[in-house]
Design a protein around this ligand. Structure first.
Ligand code: GTP
Ligand code: SPV
Ligand code: MN
Length: 591
């Protein structure tokens, strides 16, 4: 087919068309290409990306529909220091966000954008976040000069005509503008204008910086809209646990970036859990709203997974392995001479030689890693063997439990349950986690990451806590709240808990607690399982002692922990709800 057959504007929405025309006048692209989301268009764009060298076609017999991409080595993760919330008053963004005055930031960005797409194509990417017809679904339109972004948005969202139909002649859509410029960290800004429902991202071409539906719309702008409209936009996976009797229990869980959401959402239970099944609704983001039935209803706004590749294997996550065998875009893994992909932790032996994520020759003797620690796959969720049929339900699934969890080598026990909603909000609000490669800088350091939302909350974190506390009166049947830590280590630096599929044993206790079927002890931190309550069948005998250690509450560690939590509370004090400081005082007295 001819070039001219694709990219035509079929939108009759005058607001949208005018906005696109205005942006094109500023950016001056050679061509404006409207994406319709059709399979033929996908083939056409993919072919073009291969021709340009943006994508490398992988072995199509082994990996049908799969492509390989390398980003600029200076551009491999989210950049929190260049991410801004631009509200009229700094106080609205709060002390945990970078803030800039909207007028000044618009002016600066306009300067950078003027003529920035000369010689390039501007792709108009209309997309829908959420199942069609859902009361929670939102339309966004991303303008981008990256063909990789256009193709990735097609995987990650419901992209094209469908979104335009959803919008109709409405004016209510997120306005997203992305230009790579010269991919220079000095000119990299990810800016959100919540009052204008607008996002402008310049100078990057990677992941959460540029797939604007994901962290920018679904979380930063989303959290803003959620507070205004009375719902929750959260950095959470959503899964269902089906029992052999067919009882389905739906659970949402917030773990910080690269702390196990995708793995948990697609988990395969240990062999002796006959008849038990895990169903995935989402692996990264949950939009949750009280439903007519009085329960908290959750949808996954996304349609694909942008998952961490290293460590993905048949042992750790067989469903992810199955998911990424076709129609997947791999970014920053290693490329083998036979056009296959490789990463640290993949099944089988390493290749004798490969090109690493920077395109340099690599062998198993090389001192550096072949795949970047934050290398990612973008795969459609429909590839997932355990995708819940309910993932497309416009009403969402009813949530029975919310789990918070960080990456902590000490202090935080494997599992505890909050005494009540307010205590649960306190646990989420004070969550700490060791930083990972998902964001630039600081890997390994413990930082407070409330509800795993520190980099993603689009307004004052104190107001966000208040919003969570207020939700209590809006939900008739409140989810129970739990706190987990898969990452506690012993003195030999070994994980105390085997994790991955074995997390089913903890999940089982959580499900049983939701249905009033499991015993618990009252401790200073909350309700905790008796040792005998966690199923250890099939694990080595040493696990029992390790479990005891993983559940231990060490008073000295907790004294330091409460102290460390204070830093955030002090930062937020002007808007910190008093229930949280009360809960802190209660904890200290219990300890
Ligand atoms: P984002 O996509 O960045 O939001 O990450 P995520 O929360 O989806 O994390 P993911 O499931 O991709 O896991 C990231 C890394 O955490 C994996 O590569 C594993 O090394 C590790 N991990 C996940 N689950 C477990 C677990 O149960 N135990 C241990 N020890 N490590 C785990
Ligand atoms: C995260 O960092 O939490 C991610 C990856 O899910 S990114 O899309 O880059 O934000
Ligand atoms: Mn994430």
């Amino acid at each position: 087919m001819d070039h001219a057959d694709f990219g035509k504007c079929r939108s009759t929405n005058s607001t949208l068309n005018q906005w696109v025309a205005d942006q094109a006048a500023l950016l001056q692209p050679d061509r404006v290409f409207w994406c319709d989301g059709s399979p033929a268009e996908k083939d056409f764009l993919t072919e073009d990306a291969v021709r340009q060298g943006v994508l490398i076609r992988l072995d199509q017999k082994k990996l049908p529909g799969c492509y390989y991409h390398r980003s600029n080595p200076n551009d491999v993760a989210r950049v929190e220091h260049c991410t801004f919330i631009c509200t009229p008053r700094a106080e609205e963004a709060g002390p945990t966000n970078n803030w800039a005055a909207p007028a000044e930031m618009y002016e600066k960005l306009k300067g950078l954008c003027r003529g920035a797409m000369k010689g390039r194509t501007m792709y108009v990417v209309p997309y829908l976040m959420g199942p069609p017809g859902s009361p929670l679904a939102k339309v966004g339109v991303e303008l981008t000069d990256s063909i990789y972004v256009a193709l990735s948005m097609r995987v990650m969202t419901r992209m094209g005509e469908l979104a335009l139909r959803h919008l109709g002649d409405g004016k209510d859509f997120n306005r997203g503008l992305h230009t790579m410029l010269d991919v220079n960290p000095e000119r990299r800004f990810i800016c959100h204008f919540p009052q204008d429902n607008t996002i402008i991202s310049v100078g990057s071409a990677y992941g959460g910086n540029v797939l604007l539906g994901k962290k920018c719309l679904a979380l930063r702008i989303g959290s803003w809209l959620a507070r205004e409209e009375g719902w929750l936009a959260e950095h959470m996976l959503i899964l269902g646990v089906e029992s052999p009797q067919g009882e389905k229990t739906w659970i949402a869980a917030a773990f910080p970036s690269a702390c196990g959401k995708t793995n948990f959402a697609m988990m395969v239970p240990p062999a002796h859990y006959k008849g038990w099944k895990i169903w995935t609704v989402g692996d990264d983001i949950a939009w949750m709203k009280p439903g007519k039935d009085g329960r908290l209803r959750a949808i996954n706004p996304e349609a694909g997974y942008f998952g961490v590749v290293p460590g993905t294997s048949l042992k750790s996550n067989p469903n992810a392995v199955a998911t990424i065998q076709r129609d997947t875009i791999y970014t920053n893994v290693a490329l083998t001479p036979d056009l296959d992909v490789w990463w640290e932790g993949k099944d089988g032996p390493p290749p004798a030689e490969a090109l690493d994520w920077q395109g340099r020759k690599w062998t198993p003797a090389s001192p550096s890693k072949a795949a970047h620690p934050n290398s990612r796959f973008a795969a459609p969720m429909t590839n997932n063997p355990c995708l819940a049929p309910e993932a497309d339900d416009p009403e969402g699934v009813p949530i029975s439990a919310i789990i918070f969890g960080g990456r902590r080598s000490t202090t935080v026990p494997l599992i505890s349950q909050a005494f009540n909603w307010t205590h649960g909000v306190y646990l989420g609000a004070t969550m700490g986690s060791e930083m990972t490669a998902a964001a630039v800088g600081g890997a390994g350091q413990v930082r407070r990451d409330p509800m795993a939302m520190l980099p993603f909350c689009g307004y004052h974190m104190g107001d966000y806590f208040a919003h969570w506390l207020n939700m209590r009166s809006k939900i008739e049947r409140l989810p129970r709240i739990f706190y987990v830590n898969w990452f506690r280590k012993n003195a030999k630096d070994e994980f105390l808990w085997p994790g991955f599929g074995e997390n089913m044993r903890i999940l089982k206790w959580i499900v049983d607690r939701c249905h009033g079927r499991a015993e618990a002890d009252e401790t200073a931190l909350g309700w905790m399982p008796r040792l005998g309550e966690i199923d250890l069948e099939g694990l080595p005998d040493s696990t029992r002692e390790r479990l005891r250690e993983a559940l231990a509450i060490k008073a000295e560690e907790w004294r330091q922990e409460v102290h460390a939590q204070d830093d955030l509370f002090i930062k937020l004090r002007s808007r910190l709800p008093k229930q949280l400081t009360e809960n802190r005082d209660l904890l200290i007295s219990r300890l």
